[in-house]
Design a protein around this ligand. Structure first.
Ligand code: 5GP
Ligand code: ZN
Length: 115
């Protein structure tokens, strides 16, 4: 937990978020500025700044985020239509919150090509 980190504060419950999943490893909540009908952020409860800060030993935790995404896609009803999982890393990619997170985006045909 990092006091200054927005997502740590959502994980701890200090700041309100629309939580859709929570367990001892990960938390998922709806993005405050959704770009599609489903736009959920999936974060590890442990503070990790970005993909660039990953260390050996984080593999299970990061892999687990995909499992949570898969489950949430099912409960959102977007598995058949498909969805995007995006992890922006660093400023060129547009990362604005430096607590590693996966965007789960779906519920519409994606309009924007990669890049
Ligand atoms: P990034 O740009 O780092 O990949 O994604 C950060 C995301 O966090 C953005 O999509 C932004 O809308 C979302 N966000 C920023 N502040 C808040 C907040 O206070 N609550 C929630 N639920 N999402 C936020
Ligand atoms: Zn954090």
């Amino acid at each position: 937990m990092t006091d200054a980190c927005l997502f740590c504060r959502i994980v701890s419950g200090e700041i309100k978020g629309t939580i859709v999943f929570r367990d001892d490893q990960a938390t998922a909540f709806r993005d405050i500025n959704p770009v599609a009908p489903t736009h959920i952020l999936i974060v590890p409860n442990k503070h990790i700044e970005s993909v660039s800060a990953l260390e050996r030993g984080d593999e299970q935790l990061i892999g687990y985020l995909f499992t949570v995404a898969s489950q949430l896609a099912k409960s959102e009803g977007i598995t058949k239509g498909g969805y995007r999982l995006i992890t922006n890393t660093g400023s060129d990619a547009g990362q604005t919150v430096f607590h590693i997170h996966m965007h789960l985006i779906g519920g519409q045909r994606m309009k924007h090509p990669m890049g």
